[in-house]
Each structure stands twice: as C-alpha cells, then as structure tokens.
Ligand binder design. Sequence first.
Ligand SMILES: *[C@@H]1O[C@H](CO)[C@@H](O)[C@H](O)[C@H]1NC(C)=O
Ligand SMILES: *[C@@H]1O[C@H](CO)[C@@H](O)[C@H](O)[C@H]1NC(C)=O
Ligand SMILES: *[C@@H]1O[C@H](CO)[C@@H](O)[C@H](O)[C@H]1NC(C)=O
Ligand SMILES: *[C@@H]1O[C@H](CO)[C@@H](O)[C@H](O)[C@H]1NC(C)=O
Ligand SMILES: *[C@@H]1O[C@H](CO)[C@@H](O)[C@H](O)[C@H]1NC(C)=O
Ligand SMILES: *[C@@H]1O[C@H](CO)[C@@H](O)[C@H](O)[C@H]1NC(C)=O
Length: 492
Amino acid sequence: MLRIPSRSLVLVAAFNLHLLSNVRSATVSSSVAQTFEGIGGSGAWWPHDLFNFPDSVRQNLSSLLFSESGLGLSSYRYNLGGGGANVSNPVRAPETPYVSPGVYNFSADPQGTFFLQQASDFGVPILTMFINSAPAPLTSNGASCAGSFVSGSGPAFATYMVDIAEHWREAGINISFISPMNEPDNGFGPIPCGQEGMVVLPTQRAEVVSSLWDELNSRGLTDSIGILADETSWLIEAVPEYPFWLPQVSDKIAHVVHHTYDFPSDLGYAAFILQLKLYTETPSWMTEICCSLGSPDGTGRGFSGGYDPTINNALMFSGMVFQSLVIGGESHYDFWTLVSNGIGCSPLNNATCVSTPNANGFTDGMIYYDSDYATNGNFELYIVKHFWTYKHFGNFVKPGSQRHPVSGSDASEYTLVVSNSTSYNVIIMNPDTTDTTLSLTFPETVCATTAFRTSAEEDFATIEAATGGGSSWSLPLSATSLTTYIFDRSSC
Ligand SMILES: *[C@@H]1O[C@H](CO)[C@@H](O)[C@H](O)[C@H]1NC(C)=O
Ligand SMILES: *[C@@H]1O[C@H](CO)[C@@H](O)[C@H](O)[C@H]1NC(C)=O
Ligand SMILES: *[C@@H]1O[C@H](CO)[C@@H](O)[C@H](O)[C@H]1NC(C)=O
Ligand SMILES: *[C@@H]1O[C@H](CO)[C@@H](O)[C@H](O)[C@H]1NC(C)=O
Ligand SMILES: *[C@@H]1O[C@H](CO)[C@@H](O)[C@H](O)[C@H]1NC(C)=O
Ligand SMILES: *[C@@H]1O[C@H](CO)[C@@H](O)[C@H](O)[C@H]1NC(C)=O
C-alpha cells in the first residue's frame, strides 16, 4: 500500500477542492427561445466628422464596422437629420433633405448618406432610418430641438419620412425600418441645444405611428418597411406611458423599441418584459445605450461622463448585452454610438492617454477619433476594448440564429448559446478575477472547432477549442474575459 504523508494528503484535498469550486456546470436546452434579428449601432453623430477623413480611413472604418473581419454588424441606424435649427453643436446638427412640402434636396447631409451607402454596400441586412426631430418648419417652435410634435401634423411628417425612405430604396439602399421619434420624452432644450430633439407626448405617439403606417400602406410599403417605436429613454418611464398610445397602434408596429438609460436591474428588466407582453408578443428591441462607468459584474452602472477604454468597462457593457438578450429575451441590440470623439485627452500629446481611463471623456464608442483632427491632421482610428467585446456579438449572433436557454444551478445570464443549422456558438463572460471552467452539456453530440477570447491582454485572440466529446465539453474561462466557443453540430 502506498503511504502518503498526511500533510500531502491535506494539500491534495485542498487542491481538489479548489479545482471543484472553479468548475461550474450547466446544460443547454434543446428548445429555442428567441430568433435573433440584428446586432448594430447608430450613425450619429460621427459621420459629420469622419466624412472629412481621407478616403482610405473612411474605407477602413466601414470595413471595421460592417465586415466580418471587423464588428460584423447586421444592423445600422441612419440618422435622418432635422436640419439642426437652433442646435449649437454642428456635429450634432445633421442637415435635412426637407426644403418645403414635397420638395427635397437629396444632396443634403452628404456625411450621413455616405455612411448609409457604405453600410448598404457592405450588405448590412437591417438599415433603419431614425429621427430625433421633424424638420424645423413642422415642429411647435420652428426649431430642431426644445419644441414638440404638433398634433395634426402626422400626415405631413409621414409623407416626408416615406418620401425620403423611398428615395433611398429606389437608389438601392434598402431602408427596412423607420423609427419616427427617437427619445420622444426629451426635447433636449433649452435653445441653443446640444443636439436635436422633439417631444412627442404619450398621447400624441399613436398619431405619429398611425400616420406613418397609413402613408406606407398607401404606397404598398407596409411589408417592406417596418415601424419601430417609441425609443423611450428609460424602461421605468416607458411602462406607465404605454397605455396612452401602444394599444391603439400595436398592430402597426414591427417592434417596440426602447433604450436602457435607467440601467435597469435584472429584476426590473424582467418586469418590463412582462408589462410589454400585455401589448405584444413580438420581441422588443434594445436600440440605444452608452455612457456609463462600472465594473464587469455590473456594479457602478449609471449614466455619466468618464472615459474607460479598458476590459473592465467593455465587460460591464457586455453584461448589458447579455441582460437584454438573455434576461429580456430580446431579438436585437444596438449600441449608441459606433464611433466617438469623446477620448477626453489629446492623443498626439500623450501616447498612453487613449488606453487609460480619464474623467473628461465619454464611454460611448467602439472606435474613437481625435476631436482636433481638423487642426492637427490626426486621422488615426483608435480601437478600444468595447470593439473587441462587441465583435463577439456582431460576429456570432447572426440574424436568423436562435438562443437556447441554459439551465442548472450554475447557469448564468452571462452564458449565451446561439445555434444555426450547422453550429452552436457559446458566448460566455467571466466577470470575476479568478479563472474558472464551465462544464457544458449539449442536447446533442457536437464537436468543438475553435474559440476566440477578449481579455485585458487579448483582442479576439484565437484560443484552443473546448475539450471533451459527445455532448459534454469543458470551456475554460480566464479571469475578466469574454470568450466564444464554436461547436459543429456533428460528431468529431
Ligand atoms: C432659433 O434661432 C434663430 C436664429 O438665431 C432665432 O431667430 C430663433 O428665435 C430661434 N428659435 C427659437 C425657438 O428660439
Ligand atoms: C443641397 O444641399 C447641399 C449640401 O448641403 C448644398 O450644397 C446645396 O446648396 C443644396 N441645394 C439646394 C438647392 O439648396
Ligand atoms: C434591395 O431589395 C431589392 C428587392 O428586395 C433587392 O432586389 C435588392 O438586391 C436589394 N438591395 C440590396 C443592396 O440589398
Ligand atoms: C498622459 O495620460 C495619462 C492617462 O490619461 C495621464 O495619467 C498622464 O498624466 C498624461 N501625461 C501627461 C504628460 O499629460
Ligand atoms: C484600420 O484602422 C485600424 C485602427 O487604427 C488599424 O489598426 C489598421 O491597420 C487600419 N487598417 C488599414 C487597412 O488601414
Ligand atoms: C453558423 O454559424 C457558424 C459560426 O458562426 C458560421 O460559420 C456558419 O456559416 C453558420 N452557418 C449557417 C448555415 O449560417
């Protein structure tokens, strides 16, 4: 009999315990939850500046956003400008093609339409046209902000929106959704305003939707262009407002869409989804979020300034994607904004400032640029960790793929299992500072093929595939990381 000194035995036991505590197990359901429609972001307001960059950089940017070697986005939100009347920040004052009723200048906003064309050229399947304000002459104060929608002007507003969408469709750019009121809860006044905005009271929102639907219907476009509404900023605000407009038009809306600027808890999110189900069974879309500090586990979230390009903040935002797709069961996610100049420091004067958090900037982009580019000629694109983490969702949560719920005592909302006819993609976040392993059981025999990881040191690095066989696999999750494991739906 082998004699092992007792001290070693204790060590072995402790080692095994340590291993055990770091292995979690969960089971993938054979049933599917929602079918995904898109992962994207908004073309506001960076096109104003990026249009001025050298063409090679613009092409690189488009590829970084829309190609599979980049984010692989399947959705792009084009901001149809209201003309920027009385908006003081020119970057946030996009021109409008509106001249007068039925008269348009389609050369207006060359910046916004350039990147819309780019998204279309790269084959981005979902193109949404969203609007912060009606053209100034149609609003209550003749400005593109601080005023409100004028009751009774729905048909004129709708004619304008559909005329513009039809123009681009005829030019080969298939705008397939219109969102007529982005954050109708806020006019973004007082004048001079920092951005466009138009209040649409809850009691006015049905008019906006039904006028738009009538206009689309009169042109036979209701099957080609869906209506998204109402992009309310906060979930806790959306719910009490729904009774005032949603029941009247729920059959005319493709998807109820909302933002999450109240940074809801999981419980709050689930409660919101239950409320929404009173009006529609169609999955809602999360269409805008940015600008929060906080930790990978979600603590410290809340709307604020401050620039944090690190893995900590990128995982915090990844946690919000998991929340919408897993807790909310939603079928579409858009980050606001894809490109930002909110670095909060001058990269030419300080080589480390882009990769270091500071209090002056904003965490609202995947890619950043120098706000002084026009004077210092710095046309560099700065990629932050958010780009690499969002790429996991952009590359592996494709339209038409489906989510499989995950169960078991160790199941976490940070495990997103997505399948198509040939693969399972498992996107998992480990927000903790210790390594762990997930032992995952599939409903069928699968074969691990490859994996990609983003962490403090890695940017979507190819790592070893999961190990195991049959339906049981081990997925190592290194500390503070986001990993995607790919499996073929076949035996090895
Ligand atoms: C918008 O700006 C114009 C030009 O400065 C000014 O005449 C007008 O009064 C402003 N509109 C509002 C509603 O303040
Ligand atoms: C149309 O808009 C473009 C771009 O702003 C401008 O250069 C042009 O003068 C406008 N055309 C008319 C007829 O207003
Ligand atoms: C736009 O839609 C039309 C009709 O469905 C289709 O023929 C065309 O190829 C589409 N264009 C693009 C760029 O996807
Ligand atoms: C450069 O930026 C870093 C990070 O923002 C900051 O800590 C440092 O003080 C800056 N250096 C100079 C010389 O400004
Ligand atoms: C595109 O921009 C990224 C980020 O600045 C850079 O790493 C890459 O080399 C650029 N690619 C091309 C082809 O210019
Ligand atoms: C299924 O997903 C995998 C991994 O994302 C992808 O490589 C493959 O092309 C997809 N298959 C189909 C049929 O879309």
